[in-house]
Every structure is written in structure tokens, then in C-alpha cells.
Design a protein around this ligand. Structure first.
Ligand SMILES: [Zn+2]
Ligand SMILES: [Zn+2]
Length: 331
């Protein structure tokens, strides 16, 4: 679908979830198209891309650049195959590029560190094997390779019709980027800002010390931009970026308040706090124990991200007792 003049959106399917898509964008140029994000590495996504390109009256072989907003499998997964097919250059921010092989190839160390983190934060031994390996199935849908171009904040990716400025927006992923077209007044936001979902921001072995603090700064970085159209990595295109940012900030304030409330009757691990907070608030709220395993892990790491920010704000303290990390209120 041509959503803006020369910008096509293709819906790339998610393995095992027919209701969820990644938006892949083709930015047309007579000297070569730029593909923003690639979708999962699956036959279905490659087919969706092929059909989408054909429907736009374009040719797959004219994709010269593939720009990846961040290394999650639903955005990065298929990029190596596209490179093999079209000879396109793959570009990704230097920080996220550094996580490709540790995450998708030599991942034993990451699984070990994730298990240690979850155990220390109160995940019971009987739930640990499931939770620590909750993301491993995704590796099947990624072909890891070194990118041709390591991006930095402020770089420009262009063809003869468009100029996309790289904006480093860490938080959802430490090397996440948005792509800003100043003249046409649109921005591709990957998973940094979505229309109807609050992007996941979790503390994990690859997230850095304060991912939520970084995320909030990255949201504020976008507030100054003059954009008419926001092209997200999932869900519909929208406008009123400032309003949406306000909404997301409010969501995190509410979650911080819920965490503070849960700490008022005693010291708790992140796992115990996660059990007391409503999740999937967009869909009306779900109790922790009813979440699927991957969402459970995200709930624990999201709670941790909020706790790290509350510690940074000096509102929450943290002590180690018998190998468990316990949190308490300081204000
Ligand atoms: Zn993501
Ligand atoms: Zn995504």
C-alpha cells in the first residue's frame, strides 16, 4: 500500500500469530529503493515482501539499501536473505550491530546471564527453565550476519527522492534508531513509538543500566520534530506525535505509581512486584499468572526497568538478601 507519495507499507506476517504484523517500508527512488526493516526470516514474510513489491509496481532487485531500526527478529530477521537476493547493503546502528552474534549465534552466554538475572530477581526455580529460554524459538527466524554499514546518530541515508536522518533512540533496544524525513515531514519509528501499544522496555543483559531512563529521554528527543506522519513498525500510521508521546509517558508514570504502591507493605523482588501489577492494560488488564511465558518474562524485565529508573530517581533502594535482590521504598 502506498501510504505516502513514494512510500509503500508492506505487512509482514509473524510466525505463529496471525493477528500480528511487522510493517516493512519501501522508500522509492529511481537510483534504488530503501527498505526499512525486513520482517522475520520465514517463507511467508519473503512471499509477503515479494507480493508487496509487485503490487507497488516495483522490482525486488532495485532494493539497494536495507535499514534496520533495531535487531529484534521481527525487524532484522530477513535482512541477510534480502542482501543475498538483491545485493543490497544492510545498515544498522553500531550499538545494536554489536549484539547480533551474541544474541542469535553464540547465545549460550546470554541464556546463562538471563537465567542469573531472573533467579536473582525472584523467579522460582520451577519457572526458570521456561522463562530463561522463552525467546530462543525466535532464533530460527533470523539469519545473523555482519551489516555492511554501521550507523551513527545524525547519519543520512538517501536515494534521489528521500533523505532519511538517523536518530538514535535507545530504550526499546540500546541501538534503536528512528528515521526522520525532514522535508516530507514524516518519521519511521520502528518500535520506539507505536499507535496503540506501549513499546516494551525491559532490563536485560543487553539493555544497559537504565533502559527506561534512556527510553524516556529518547521520547523527549522526538518532541521537537515537526512531523505530520508517523510510520511505526507495527500497527497503523498516525499523526499527533506529541500527544502519543504524552500518553506513553503517562503510562510509565502510572506503572511507577503501581510499583511504589506494591512496595508499601514490605520488601519485594521484581518477580513479586510483577505479580501485583495489571499487565496488558491496553486490552483491559491481565493478571501475571495468566500471561503466556514470553509475556511473563517481559513483565519481570519491564518491572526491573521501572525499578532501575526509580532507583536513579532515589525513590527506591535495593538490597541483596540470601541471593535475592529486594527492593524497598525510600520516600
Ligand atoms: Zn522490537
Ligand atoms: Zn517489533
Amino acid at each position: 500500500m502506498e501510504i505516502l507519495n513514494g512510500v509503500h507499507q508492506i505487512k509482514s506476517p509473524c510466525p505463529g500469530d496471525a493477528s500480528w504484523y511487522t510493517n516493512v517500508y519501501v522508500i522509492e527512488g529511481s537510483d534504488g529503493h530503501i527498505l526499512v526493516d525486513s520482517g522475520w526470516d520465514s517463507q511467508e514474510s519473503l512471499w509477503a515482501l515479494q507480493e508487496g513489491i509487485k503490487a507497488a509496481n516495483l522490482k525486488l532487485r532495485d532494493i539497494k539499501k536495507v535499514v534496520i531500526t533495531h535487531i529484534h527478529p521481527d525487524h532484522y530477521g530477513l535482512s541477510t536473505k534480502i542482501k543475498q537476493i538483491c545485493g543490497a547493503q544492510v545498515s544498522i546502528h553500531r550499538i545494536d550491530a554489536g549484539f547480533i552474534f551474541p544474541r542469535y549465534k553464540d547465545f549460550a552466554d546470554l541464556v546463562k546471564k538471563t537465567a542469573e538475572l531472573l533467579r536473582q530477581n525472584g523467579v522460582p526455580e520451577n519457572e526458570l527453565p521456561q522463562l530463561k529460554e522463552a525467546s530462543l524459538w525466535m532464533n530460527k527466524y533470523v539469519t545473523p550476519d555482519s551489516p555492511e554499514v554501521m550507523l551513527e546518530d545524525g547519519d543520512i541515508i538517501s536515494n534521489d527522492s528521500f533523505e532519511l536522518e538517523v536518530l538514535l533512540t535507545p530504550g526499546h533496544s540500546p541501538g534503536h534508531i528512528c528515521l526522520y524525513e525532514q522535508e516530507r515531514r514524516f518519521i519511521l519509528t520502528g518500535d520506539h513509538v507505536l499507535y496503540d501499544t506501549n513499546p516494551h522496555v525491559g532490563f536485560n543483559p543487553q539493555s544497559g543500566d537504565n533502559p527506561l531512563g534512556n527510553y524516556i529521554s529518547s521520547l523527549k528527543k522526538l518532541e521537537r520534530l515537526k512531523v505530520h506522519f508517523i510510520l511505526p513498525g507495527h500497527g497503523p500510521m498516525f499523526n499527533a506525535l506529541g500527544l502519543r508521546i504524552e500518553n506513553i509517558l503517562q503510562h510509565h508514570e502510572e506503572r511507577k505509581r503501581a510499583i511504589m504502591r506494591s512496595l508499601h507493605d514490605g520488601l519485594k523482588t521484581a518477580y513479586e512486584i510483577a505479580q501485583q501489577i495489571p499487565w496488558m492494560v491496553n486490552e483491559g488488564g491481565t493478571a501475571f499468572q495468566d500471561l503466556p511465558v514470553w509475556d511473563k518474562r517481559m513483565a519481570v524485565t519491564e518491572t526491573l526497568a521501572h525499578l532501575k529508573l526509580l532507583m536513579e530517581e532515589d525513590r527506591v533502594g535495593n538490597v541483596d538478601m540470601d541471593g535475592a535482590s529486594l527492593y524497598l521504598v525510600k520516600d
